[in-house]
Design a protein around this ligand. Structure first.
Ligand code: G3H
Ligand code: 13P
Ligand code: ZN
Length: 318
């Protein structure tokens, strides 16, 4: 059942985080639904601009609608990830999405507010909620690359003004993470002082953590053993920090890279071990199962595992 993102946030806020997973194809979708059903976890499907272009946005929508028929017990929202204004309007008008993200964080504060407000007005008129970003994460997102030197943490003193002027419903905050596999060198913690300061100023405002993949070392090593050349010192967010962050209002945790690593490991190992093979279905089947396992394990770390029955009592169909 597709529900609004706001309904999921209401149940989860301060208790656990909802995993928001980027999908691009049928195999990921199958694995995602399977994993969330196995873990009894609510979830958010994220579609990026790149994903909507990869095959076709209509294809993605059809895949999700089919998954809904195959897994009628699933409870989830559909969200546009890192949208520009034009893509937000396309999603709002499509009637398919639960929420959109307008990412104008690369613009100065006032311009960010102005753009976000326009999107909020259009989205709220159709019952969708809006995620906006304040501060700047490092790494690569869509066509924009922000190097670590230019990344900047969200300033908690700006949050109240930004939210009240723009009317956004949730806030993507820069709290020390970045997109992609190369986040940190060595162990690095989330900036809990920033999360705490935001929650203190705006209790109840769902905070969104982008760049939340954990980039498991064993996954990177297996990929490299099977022919990959990833930087073995790469590491991501400590999964044991998801729940403490959730208790402070981090309600949506965005994960894409970790799923890509599962895909790469499965396919590299499969074709290394079966060099004469050219049927994509055997590794595809393995990927679906491995991705489902990965999603179920993530749900435990996020605290969303086992919440499905509670969520079902609190939500209605979007
Ligand atoms: O933050 C970006 C997400 O990982 C989506 O990546 O734009 O390559 O689909 P993408
Ligand atoms: P990762 O690159 O850490 O998976 O982050 C994904 C993300 O933030 C999508 O919006
Ligand atoms: Zn992101």
């Amino acid at each position: 059942m597709i529900v609004t993102t706001a309904q999921l946030f209401k149940v989860a806020y301060g208790k656990f985080a909802i995993g928001a997973y980027n999908i691009n194809n049928a195999e990921q979708t199958m694995g995602l639904f399977k994993g969330c059903i196995a873990a009894k976890a609510p979830f958010i499907i994220q579609l990026s601009k790149g994903a909507r272009k990869y095959t076709d946005k209509r294809m993605l929508e059809a895949i999700i609608r089919s998954a809904e028929e195959i897994f009628p017990e699933a409870i989830y929202a559909v969200h546009l990830d890192h949208g520009d204004e034009e893509t937000c309007y396309d999603c709002i008008d499509s009637g398919f999405y639960s929420s959109v993200m307008i990412d104008a964080s690369h613009d100065p504060f006032e311009k960010n507010v102005e753009i976000t407000k326009r999107v909020v007005d259009r989205a709220h008129a159709k019952g969708l909620s809006v995620e906006a970003e304040l501060g700047m994460l490092g790494g690569v997102e869509e066509d924009i690359k922000v190097d670590e030197g230019n990344a900047c943490l969200t300033n908690p003193d700006e949050v109240e003004a930004f939210v009240s002027k723009s009317g956004c419903d949730s806030l993507a905050a820069a709290i020390g993470t970045s997109h992609g596999a190369y986040k940190f060198k060595g162990q690095q913690s989330l900036h809990f002082e920033v999360i705490e300061a935001i929650q203190k100023r705006m209790p109840g405002l769902p905070i969104v953590m982008h760049g939340s993949s954990s980039v498991p070392r064993e996954e990177v090593l297996r990929i490299n053993k099977a022919g990959g050349t990833l930087d073995p010192t790469a590491c991501g967010v400590n999964e044991d920090e998801y729940l403490p962050a959730a208790k402070l209002g981090v309600t949506k945790v965005n994960i894409d890279t970790d799923g890509r690593l599962v895909w790469t490991r499965v396919h590299r190992e499969y074709f290394r071990d079966h060099p004469g093979e050219f049927d994509f279905r055997p590794p595809g089947k393995i990927f679906i199962e491995e991705y489902a396992k990965f999603i179920a394990a993530k749900s435990v770390k996020l605290g969303s595992a086992g919440q499905l029955d509670e969520v079902r009592k609190a939500v209605t169909k979007r």
